[in-house]
Design a protein around this ligand. Structure first.
Ligand code: CAA
Length: 264
């Protein structure tokens, strides 16, 4: 649809931000299309999502500077909220998201990648929060998620200097998990999505919730949250079959089989 493509490939999906002539920059229309795509994901069939950008040059080159250039203070705040609400929807969606960063991930592009669960990049990827060079702060969560991901000292240096970094440096500071040649990136992202989608969905989703929500809590409350989510997996068909499969294997290795988890 519009500026955002959505393709279901078996038990995972690929979302492609597709405004290539503007390097996939996020204007209001792109954001609204993305919001609709997120609302349309069917959690009964889709167990992992790959997010990428159209073309070979850019993942997302940021929020649309032309659109932002004439905003008032109130409109600027509303635009920030619009992006933040959608990125938060993505971040709290129970299904894991993998950002396949195939080029520029600047400003809002770096910010949407940081809203995903896992980030992998192509060798030509470039990251940065260039906002202070434009006279604004990062506005779609960059000050918060970058500091949480790479630590406040490194985040402050990157944000205050507006310096862009290449994929190898992003890997070194922990902003991405892996770097691949450009032509291999999407296949690697889909391989990861397939591996995640092959595991018990109820358990994977509980892990996402435990990690995301637990990181915001003091340790005693965080482990209590884990206990609840751990308990919530029991009595599910997938838990029973996953464990029965292990016990059958122990009994007789010839009985090894792949468990087709049912999301039940
Ligand atoms: N907004 C609007 N249009 C953009 C854009 C953006 N963020 N980034 C690129 N484009 C457009 C360019 O205007 C250009 O359009 P035209 O062909 O109509 O002129 C087209 O995409 C191609 O871009 P370039 O010609 O500039 O390509 P390049 O290869 O020379 O440079 C680039 C690539 C280094 C990414 C450069 O385009 C650039 O610096 N873009 C802006 C990056 C940026 O500052 N992003 C942060 C935005 S602020 C933000 O995101 C705030 C927030 O936190 C919410």
């Amino acid at each position: 649809m519009g500026f955002v493509d959505y393709e279901v490939k078996g038990n995972y999906a690929v979302i492609t931000i597709n405004r290539e002539k503007a390097l996939n920059a996020l204007n209001s229309e792109v954001l609204e299309d993305l919001d609709k795509v997120l609302d349309g994901i069917d959690p009964d069939t889709v167990r992992a999502v790959v997010l990428t950008g159209a073309g070979e040059k850019s993942f997302v080159a940021g929020a649309d500077i032309g659109e932002m250039s004439t905003l008032t203070k109130a409109e600027g705040e509303a635009f920030g909220k619009k992006g933040n609400d959608i990125f938060r929807k993505l971040e709290t969606c129970p299904i894991p998201f993998i950002a396949a960063i195939n080029g520029f991930a600047l400003g809002g592009g770096c910010e949407i990648a940081m809203s995903c669960d896992i980030r992998i990049a192509s060798e030509n990827a470039m990251f940065g929060q260039p906002e202070v060079g434009l006279g604004i702060t990062p506005g779609f969560g960059g000050t918060q998620r970058l500091a949480r991901l790479v630590g406040p000292g490194m985040a402050k240096q990157l944000i205050y200097t507006a310096r862009n970094i290449k994929a190898d440096e992003a890997l070194r500071i922990g902003l991405v998990n892996a770097v691949y040649p450009a032509e291999e990136l999407l296949a690697e992202a889909e391989k990861l999505a397939g591996m995640i989608a092959g595991n018990a969905p109820i358990a994977v989703r509980a892990c996402k919730k435990a990690i995301n929500e637990g990181l915001e809590l003091p340790m005693d409350e965080a482990i209590a949250l884990e206990e609840k989510l751990f308990g919530s997996c029991f009595e599910s068909e997938d838990q029973k079959e996953g464990m029965a499969n292990f016990l059958r294997k122990k009994d007789d290795p010839a009985k090894v089989k792949h468990v087709a988890f049912q999301n039940k």
